[in-house]
Design a protein around this ligand. Structure first.
Ligand code: DX5
Ligand code: ZN
Length: 217
């Protein structure tokens, strides 16, 4: 199990300190939410902000591109610290090509699906991806309410992974908190993205530890 706090909910005026704080508390990855105002109705930040964290932390980057034409920008997010680059199935006309493009840059490719997209849309990309990201909110904003059908999707993906002998990892993103995280873990999720529930907590390191405690039980 890995915890990937989303810096979308961090304080950008002290991003370096916020990231150091979650690293010291034991978080595993930094989830980097990139929004272009086209694929989703919000603009967040780009590669410059992400790269400002290079070397400020040892945590690998888990890049989530919520953008149109991701192929055009993938190279910008490749750094020595980039572990995953995830694109949306809905944003890619040639998803197989995009996944190969990410892999050719020595980064693990991920594919995300929106709440309205069925797992079946991934059938022919499962064997090429290292990560499948289930959106449990409509992407664009932090702090939204968890959409429960994501649980069925995790179960379905786990079943397909077993059936075909594949080894992608299952990640969930949106509306995760201490009350629902156990349910998604039980459904098969291995990487937990958490934005507001981590960074808006009164005691951020304690909140990270609370997630880690649930992972161990
Ligand atoms: C939503 C983003 C998420 C978001 C999660 O579009 O992809 O990563 O930051 O935030 P919470 O955990 O607050 O729902
Ligand atoms: Zn995200």
């Amino acid at each position: 199990m890995e915890l990937a706090p989303s810096i979308l909910s961090a304080d950008f005026s002290r991003l370096g300190e916020d990231v150091k704080q979650i690293e010291n508390a034991g978080a595993h990855l930094i989830h980097v939410d990139v929004m272009d105002g086209h694929f989703v109705p919000n603009i967040s930040y780009g590669a410059t902000v992400m790269k400002s964290l290079c070397g400020r932390t040892q945590m690998p980057f888990d890049v989530h591109l919520m953008i149109e034409n991701p192929d055009q920008y993938i190279g910008d997010f490749v750094t020595e610290q980039t572990e995953y680059i995830t694109v949306h199935q809905e944003a890619c006309r040639h998803i197989n090509r995009t996944v190969q493009h990410i892999r050719s840059m020595d980064v693990k490719p991920g594919v995300a699906i929106n709440p309205g997209t069925p797992v079946s849309a991934l059938e022919y990309v499962l064997e090429d991806a290292d990560l499948i990201l289930i959106m449990s909110v409509n992407p664009g904003f932090g702090g939204q309410k968890f959409i429960p059908s994501a649980i069925r999707k995790a179960q379905e993906l786990k079943g397909l992974r077993e059936k075909y002998g594949l080894d992608f990892r299952i990640e969930i993103d949106g509306g995760i908190n201490l009350a629902n995280v156990k349910t998604v873990i039980d459904a098969g999720v291995e990487i937990i993205v958490a934005g507001s529930s981590v960074f808006k907590a009164e005691d951020v390191p304690a909140r990270v530890q609370e997630f880690l405690d649930i992972f161990e039980n």
